[in-house]
Design a protein around this ligand. Structure first.
Ligand SMILES: Cc1ncc(COP(=O)(O)O)c(C=O)c1O
Length: 281
């Protein structure tokens, strides 16, 4: 059952609960997390909540809730919604106040949606997906999981209109990340991904993939790489909480290697499944 939550109250998803003068709505003045739930259990919850607290701090949101409070809220929501396989979005905004740019002296708003979801279509995993490259037109604080997603949305829409699954963003001649994913290439047996900086989100799945590579003894390198290198890679893949580890087989119309999901990508996907099995009892 899909369920919503806003400031202390569980609600139906279609209930009208956000006042017009709410800063998430008016300014995108807030941060969020998305957590995937498997068999009724949220995967890597601690890591997501830790990043949420860091995002709150980065935009100076004065939250009194602790990681433990957020964990209790999410677990309560999952139980109430009887969520088995589904996603949880948690948003924290600077609250409800008369529209004015400076911070208001009001409590933050905490909201959440819990939704049953279908697993990603098997065809995407088996055949891989296509992508475009796109200028990274975002601001300089992409390490914050901000509600402001306009450049991501515009680039994703272009990808979709080109019949592609993702837009891979390029800043100063180098790959930063996807609109809602981290990006990797495989060259000569090593996995290469963009180093963490202000310009990308520190993906939780990225963290898990680093662990998976370590467990499989696959060399993992964090360095910058260009779109040209990407097109000449042996394999390309993307990661996120919702798509896990997903092969990319064509970029800007150029086929990557043989145009099929690569062996290292497949191994990392399988190892990610093992990590899930271990974490979820
Ligand atoms: C811009 C961006 N980069 C990377 C990611 C992947 O992060 P995670 O693995 O934590 O889902 C996301 C996820 O939504 C994202 O929006």
């Amino acid at each position: 059952m899909d369920l919503g939550y806003i400031n202390g109250k569980f609600v139906q998803l279609d209930e009208r609960v956000i006042p017009i003068e709410e800063r998430g709505h008016q300014f995108g003045d807030g941060v969020y997390e998305v957590i995937q739930c498997y068999n009724g259990q949220p995967f890597m919850l601690e890591e997501h909540l830790q990043r949420l607290l860091e995002s709150c701090e980065a935009i100076k949101l004065p939250i009194s809730e602790t990681l433990e409070d957020f964990r209790t809220l999410i677990l309560t929501g999952i139980e109430k919604a009887e969520l088995q396989y589904g996603k949880v979005y948690l948003q924290v905004t600077r609250g409800i106040a008369v529209r004015n740019h400076p911070f208001p002296d009001v409590p933050v708003s905490i909201s959440m949606t819990l939704k049953d979801t279908e697993p990603l279509a098997e065809g995407y995993r088996v055949n891989g997906v296509h992508a475009i490259t796109h200028d990274d037109e975002r601001w300089a604080k992409c390490y914050i999981k901000s509600l402001n997603l306009l450049p991501n949305i515009l680039a994703k829409q272009e990808a979709q209109e080109a019949g592609c699954f993702e837009a891979i963003l390029v800043r100063n001649g180098f790959i930063s990340e996807g609109t809602s994913s981290n990006i990797y290439m495989v060259k000569d047996g090593a996995v290469i991904t963009t180093p963490l900086s202000n310009h990308i989100l520190a993906g939780i799945t990225r963290m898990a993939v680093i662990q998976a590579a370590e467990e499989l003894n696959i060399p993992f390198v964090e360095r910058y790489f260009s779109p040209k290198e990407l097109l000449e890679a042996d394999e390309v893949f993307m990661t996120s909480t919702l798509v896990e580890v997903l092969p990319i087989v064509k970029i800007d119309g150029t086929v990557i290697d043989k145009g099929v999901p690569g062996e290292i990508t497949k191994k990392l996907y399988m190892q990610y499944q093992e990590l899930k099995k271990k974490a979820l009892v």
